[in-house]
Write a protein that binds this ligand. Sequence first.
Ligand code: HSE
Length: 440
Amino acid sequence: MSEKTIKIGIVGFGTVGSGVAKILLEDADHIEARTGIKLELAKVVDIDTKKARPVKLPDGILTDDLNSLLNDKDIQIGIELIGGTTIAKDIQLKMLAAGKDVITANKALLAEHGNELYAAAHKADRCIAFEASCAGGIPIISAIRTGLAANRIKAIYGILNGTCNYILSNMTKKDESFKAALKQAQNKGYAEADPTLDINGQDSAHKLAILSSIAFSCEILPGDIFVEGIENIDIVDIRYGREMGYTLKLLAIGQKTDDGKIFLRVHPSFISGDNALARVDGPFNAVSIFGHAVGQTMFYGRGAGMMPTASAVVADIIEVAMGNSKKLFKHLSLEPKNKVAGIIGKIDELVSRFYIKLRVSDKPGVFAQICTILANHEISLSGVLQHEEHNSHNIVPAIVITHLTQQKKNTAALADLAKLEIVKEKPVCIRIVDIPEDSD
Ligand code: HSE
């Protein structure tokens, strides 16, 4: 026997919208048995009402009229699943103004305009829930907000883009070029037809902005995040890294230092092949969170796709229907007033180890010149690697691994190295990230 019935309207009958409708139509009984709440799909709005979808809606539910959802007072929850940052924003604002709680998977919109939307939600005494915006089916937002609520979060290390992880896994395991691996990702339907936001790191940055604002309780904007994508990664560097025990991943990293600074970055990262994140292959996502009380935690699962993302949306529906989302939303602390000036650390101040590849003339004194420049910038070497290569140009690769040094010292050293007569191509530099095994 249900304690109450909650009526739901969806805007956007695409892949995720179809998945949400499917769960609401097929699984309402077991959700009611678990929660005491009966979920009822009342309206699905889409500009295309004719296209074939993988789920058949009961008659009278599908419409192209947004107002029929907005004006239906019985619909308590509006779900925006159209994506984009313009029309979607307008729809969310209209749903809030019409007195509906809003659920969305739209990471780009929240990362860029969250402020305005959260303010509108507070004003309307409603909430916005967005579990599906980060890491698809992994309940990572719920984990940070409730499961790990006792913790001061010290760091987040995430593989947040399945397309990039699929590409880098294929480059690593199948020795494919970036181009071939990207094509495979597109053929498999992981990458978008225009995969720019995936491979340039922006999709991961949007997700990191959301996760880190919740974890560190302050407004984080995409502009606060240093971003480098994987589009220039050469298979040769993956091979050298592997030889030295490293696996290449596109990591989204949020760290809070003991003096309270927050460093946020998305970039290709060499991590130890023994780390659990190194074993996350294919289109999967994973997030490792370090809390002061819990230590290290690890969350793993599908970061995209119809049913995993729908799973997260329906989790939000249940939390909103039970009243939990609204209570938590009140205390999210994502507004600019919670952002202390200077709290965001600059990438130049970051301390890291670096993999540097130089293509150099094969003649006496080359390593001496490289070492002199690094020493001039107080950079200590942790390892070097050079293989014999016989080619008519007499140019060979020289790989250097540094000890911990400041980013700005490394940048200055790279500029000096590039000026050397013996260095024949622009140096390649990839950060090495030493993920702690626990929080100590
Ligand atoms: N395109 C994303 C990915 C999923 O490849 O992980 C949606 O953010």
